[in-house]
Design a protein around this ligand. Structure first.
Ligand code: LLP
Length: 421
């Protein structure tokens, strides 16, 4: 459920007509609904209610400071994967004790900054990383709280580029080596083991892979405890999928996921941490774009719109589907026709959809990509010298630009020309 609905024949974001925002801000732009964002965050809080838990939003999904501030006020923790994300989380008011630091390639500087600013735990992914964090902590005279990310070798049944829990992936340590690696970590004086971490992939639409992975983690918890390790936290990652094709997809809900967590690890008495990103931000955002031309090709019509792959790369990168709807609600019984929906960037990969059935559209019409709140704005680039598009936030009947569109000069003037050129 989200708050982008047709009302009086046009698409609204909460209580504001999207076309009105488009008229003020210009297209293309990302538009978020505060009510949808908080609703989805709260679903996870409810899913784990009664269990000792922290929801650490995976801010890689959408990291505008306004969105982070809303979630921080809701009591969210954050899962960060870079020094930049750590700085954003702190700037949004998230206390260090609610920030977990994930990622396979944390640098010395990033570790140092997090230890200085406060951190709940580092989710370590390799032994070389463990050695470096140990040295950083010792050099600062502190002890770093850590979990180790285990790779449970479970098939997440998702797109290959976003599956992370198979042994061939770069993430974590093989679960078969966990005892050895935990023993190594325990011998390092700058580290304190607090738990186990895992994350098997993103956009999972089946709970079974989660169940299998959590079962393995539960077994490992018992084994490591028997080895004398103090396992008090389980970070179970994120990855719950969202319905991108609304007409025929109904992935499991956070409540169902929470139930699997209760069943598989509830008896261990651990504090549970989860890192959902997509399900919190995904349906909270749309991408609004204008049709520039309708071009008739051989046997097909192209809708050329003013958004492009640099603004939303998911279709080009993962063959991802986004529902695309006109801002003007089609009259009942309107006959749809197939379009190839493309952007202005100079490569064929700049295709959002092929032969997509849409009501007849013409130049100047506005469309919205649904479910674009996660991995949309954050993955944008300025390819083809197209400045990053604005982000706008709606809350009830008010809206505000939360990242303005840079002018061409602002984009150009970030470059510097050496005197000797
Ligand atoms: N935790 C870790 C360690 C992760 O690597 C990720 C996502 C998450 C949590 C959050 O997963 P989520 O709940 O959002 O599924 N750009 C891709 C998705 C990449 C996901 C990377 N890791 C896309 O557009 O589909």
């Amino acid at each position: 459920m989200d708050h982008f609905l047709y009302r009086d024949g046009q698409l609204f974001a909460e209580d504001v007509p999207v076309a009105e925002i488009a008229a003020q801000v210009g297209t293309p732009f990302y538009l978020y609904s505060r009510a949808t964002l908080t609703r989805h965050f709260r679903l996870f809080q409810e899913a784990l209610s009664g269990m000792d838990h922290v929801v650490c939003y995976a801010m890689k999904a959408a990291s505008n400071q306004a969105l982070l501030t809303i979630l921080a006020k809701e009591g969210a923790g954050m899962d960060v994967v870079s020094g930049g994300e750590y700085a954003r989380a702190k700037a949004a008011g998230v206390p260090g004790e609610r920030i977990v630091f994930s990622g396979v390639g944390k640098t010395w500087e990033e570790m140092r900054a997090a230890l200085e600013g406060g951190i709940r735990q580092f989710n370590l992914e390799s032994e070389p990383e463990m050695e470096v964090l140990n040295q950083v902590a010792l050099s600062m005279g502190v002890v770093a709280p850590v979990t180790i990310r285990v790779n449970p070798d479970v098939d997440a049944k998702t797109h290959a580029k976003i599956a992370t829990g198979k042994s061939e992936n770069k993430f974590g340590i093989p679960i078969s080596r966990a005892r050895e690696v935990y023993a190594h970590a325990a011998s390092l004086k700058g580290l304190k083991i607090v738990g186990i971490d895992m994350h098997i992939g993103s956009q999972l639409t089946d709970l079974e892979p989660f169940r299998l992975a959590y079962r393995k983690v539960a077994e490992l918890t018992e084994t490591l405890r028997a080895d004398g390790h103090d396992i008090t936290r389980l970070d179970l990652g994120g990855g719950l999928g969202i319905p991108y094709v609304r007409s025929n997809e109904a992935p499991p809900l956070p409540l169902d996921w929470g139930q699997v967590i209760r069943e598989e690890v509830g008896h261990l008495g651990c504090e549970v941490e989860i890192e959902p990103g997509r399900l919190i931000a995904g349906n909270s955002g749309i991408l609004v774009s204008e049709v520039i031309f309708v071009k008739s090709g051989e046997g097909r019509d192209f809708l050329i719109i003013d958004a492009a792959m640099n603004d939303l790369i998911r279709p080009a990168m993962y063959e991802a589907h986004h529902d695309i709807v006109p801002l003007k609600e089609p009259a009942p019984g309107t006959e749809e026709q197939p379009y190839d929906i493309v952007g202005p960037v100079c490569e064929s990969g700049d295709t959002f959809a092929k032969q997509r059935l849409m009501p007849p559209l013409e130049a100047g019409d506005l469309v919205a990509f649904r479910s674009a709140g996660a991995y949309g704005a954050v993955m944008a680039s300025e390819y083809n010298s197209r400045p990053l598009i604005p982000e706008v936030l709606v809350d009830g009947d008010q809206f505000a630009v939360i990242r303005p569109r840079p002018s061409f000069d602002e984009m150009i003037n970030r470059d510097t020309i050496p005197e000797w050129v």
